[in-house]
Design a protein around this ligand. Structure first.
Ligand code: OAD
Length: 241
């Protein structure tokens, strides 16, 4: 059983707060078996981001990029939300003003039942037309490569944010607004290295929120957090909620 001397304090703060924000990263889905990016078996240890997750890579070799996303979709399709995803659904149900901001594209938060969800980096189960911009849901596994738009027959791309691209401005603005008006923020399973997501924790603190980090290992933000708990998301989060 996971132990930490300040779990009760966190429970009390979460119960008392009217406005709570949770920011998640790949670590929350690691407990479901989805690979992270920077850990020992992380995707960026085995693949070069610049070959697979940039607009230039897609322009150069769309089939290669689609094959990689197809492989990830096949892998994620076999995974289920875990106790941490479900505990956050419970927290949402009892909190007046709740926002879940995720960097994950795997769709597991939505599958678990989270509703006030901001997917900062997009969603691997959506595709976007490179010509007309139409975004549609697509759950085909495997996908027939290369996929084309039903409306205008141009090439489709994954509806995710690649390196060098801007985040959806509305999603980011809503996230910043939520962060700046929350009383408690929990930051779960993210290395905190990718911006602008990485600025959300300091923004919450600057606005006066109590910030709790939950991560298997220390991150560059651990010492700045009001409380940093080291542990697995699926063990720690359910104990807090
Ligand atoms: P990272 O792979 O960078 O970091 C995962 C974090 O989760 C690490 O800090 C781990 O210590 C922690 N972790 C691993 N297993 C855990 C567990 N069971 N419980 C709690 N923590 C655990 O993933 P992100 O921070 O999400 O962006 O990466 C941010 C962005 O970088 C991703 O959204 C992706 C990537 O490039 C894009 O593709 C645009």
């Amino acid at each position: 059983m996971f132990r930490h001397p300040r779990l009760q304090e966190v429970r009390d703060r979460l119960t008392a707060a009217h406005a709570v924000v949770v920011l998640t990263g790949a670590g929350i889905s690691a407990d479901s078996g989805v690979p992270t990016f920077r850990g020992a078996d992380g995707l960026w240890r085995n693949f070069r981001a610049e070959d697979l997750a940039t607009p230039e890579a897609f322009e150069r070799d769309p089939r290669l990029v689609w094959e990689w996303y197809n492989w990830r979709r096949e892998l994620i399709a076999t995974k289920q939300p875990n106790e941490a995803h479900y505990a956050l659904v419970q927290l949402e149900a009892r909190t007046r003003n709740f926002h879940l901001i995720t960097q994950n594209v795997d769709g597991l938060h939505r599958l678990a039942g989270s509703q006030h969800l901001h997917e900062l980096h997009g969603n691997i189960w959506k595709v976007r037309c490179t010509s007309c911009g139409l975004v549609t849901e697509n759950r085909d596994v495997p996908l027939s490569l290369r996929p084309h738009c039903r409306a205008c027959s141009a090439l489709l791309r994954p509806h995710v944010v690649w390196f060098g691209e801007s985040l959806d401005q509305q999603t980011l603005a809503e996230s910043v607004r939520a962060v700046e008006s929350c009383e408690v923020m929990m930051v779960v399973g993210t290395s905190g290295l990718v911006y602008p997501a990485a600025m959300l924790m300091p923004s919450a603190q600057a606005a006066g929120a109590f910030v709790i980090e939950i991560n298997l290992a220390p991150t560059p933000h651990s010492s700045a957090a009001d409380l940093s708990i080291q542990g697995r998301a699926k063990e720690v989060i359910p104990l807090l909620i």
